[in-house]
Design a protein around this ligand. Structure first.
Ligand code: SF4
Length: 355
């Protein structure tokens, strides 16, 4: 009779130890299996070489190991690697390896599609189908770590949750994945090398502060003027800037961590003096830095990156006000590395489920 096997990676270390105890095998075997699954990332039971054949057969009888698959890969002339990642149920998300001279950053997805509706984002066109599980998030990171070692001969150094989806709407799985990424029996990466980027959900920002998280926080701001922000991110009507500001103040009070504001400047949208002044004023109320990002245009959009003069005007005003500012050129333009573009192309023409 065909019995359905459980995904072994859904078990905690204690549950694995208990499984072995129930089968009259010492509990430490459970710890060894846990290490194989998370630290060494084996894809099959045969790879667990310090387990006897009998114990491997026992595991095979009850469990399967599910893993994501890199469906295909695109490499940009600037070294950026974009992965189309096939999940357990064949849905596709994206993850990106971004190399610079000193570091390799993984940009990972947290949801299939997104329930938010940012007008500048290709992912917004894909309805949210489901949240990623913790191991699906973790696997994106390990896959990029391996690519970094293979192509750049160094381990992954940083992680940003800036791929598809709003990470704070999949909070428990994102936190569980980060727990494994930072745990000595996982990847053992320092939490300070991880940044969670949110569109700005006040209630969840407060929750993160209460939970004492150790990673960094970035907020996609794009405008410090309520009416402009609502045009760009319509859900901002529900989460106005005043509430966001209070939540960020709460975050800083409890974590003492400065906040990064992600900001794209578009022609005819947020390229006026009032926009610059509003951003300077917004940043002055909290220790923060501004990351200006060059816009990677998406298909069927009339939105355009503002001129270099406007970018310079922003940089000058922020610098004068002693606010740290960086300008990040778009990476992987030749492979459509802007979030959601690849998955959009893959799902184009296919049936996409609704929420
Ligand atoms: S920018 Fe982020 S939050 Fe907004 S629609 Fe895209 S994936 Fe969702």
């Amino acid at each position: 009779m065909e019995t359905s096997k459980k995904d072994i990676r859904a078990l905690s270390k204690e549950e694995l130890q208990n499984f072995f105890l129930e089968h009259k095998v010492p509990a430490f075997k459970g710890s060894q299996v846990y290490q194989w699954l998370w630290q060494k990332g084996v894809h099959d039971f045969e790879g667990m070489t310090n387990l006897s054949l009998v114990h491997r057969e026992l595991l095979k009888q009850y469990f399967e190991i599910k893993h994501i698959n890199i469906d295909f890969q695109q490499r940009s002339s600037d070294g950026t690697i974009k992965n189309a990642v096939k999940l357990h149920d064949d849905l596709v998300v994206e993850s990106v390896l971004i190399p610079t001279s000193k570091r390799t950053t993984a940009c990972v997805s947290s949801q299939v599609g997104c329930s938010l509706d940012c007008t500048f984002c290709a992912t917004a066109a894909l309805k949210r189908m489901r949240n990623l599980k913790a191991d699906e998030i973790y696997d994106q990171v390990t896959a990029i770590d391996q690519q970094s070692r293979l192509y750049y001969h160094r381990p992954l150094s940083n992680i940003v949750f800036m791929g598809m989806g709003e990470p704070l709407m999949n909070y428990n799985n994102v936190l569980a994945a980060i727990d494994k990424i930072t745990h000595p029996e996982g990847l053992g990466m320092a939490a300070k090398r991880i940044t969670v980027s949110t569109s700005g959900i006040p209630k969840m920002i407060r929750k993160m502060a209460d939970d004492g998280v150790k990673f960094g926080l970035a907020v996609s701001l794009h405008s410090a003027r309520q009416e402009i922000r609502e045009r760009l991110m319509p859900f901002a009507k529900k989460f106005p800037l005043s509430e966001l500001s209070e939540a960020l103040t709460y975050w800083y009070k409890h974590t003492k961590k400065a906040i990064t504001f992600e900001y794209v400047i578009w022609e005819g949208i947020n390229d006026q003096k009032e926009d610059i002044q509003a951003l300077v004023k917004w940043c002055q109320h909290l220790p923060s830095k501004v990351n200006l990002i060059q816009y990677n245009a998406i298909d069927n959009s009339s939105m355009k990156q503002a001129s270099n003069d406007v970018v310079d005007a922003y940089i000058t005003a922020l610098t004068r006000a002693r606010i740290k500012v960086t300008y990040r050129r778009s990476r992987g333009e030749d492979i459509a590395a802007a979030c959601g573009q690849l998955a959009n192309k893959i799902t184009d023409g296919k049936d996409t489920a609704n929420d």
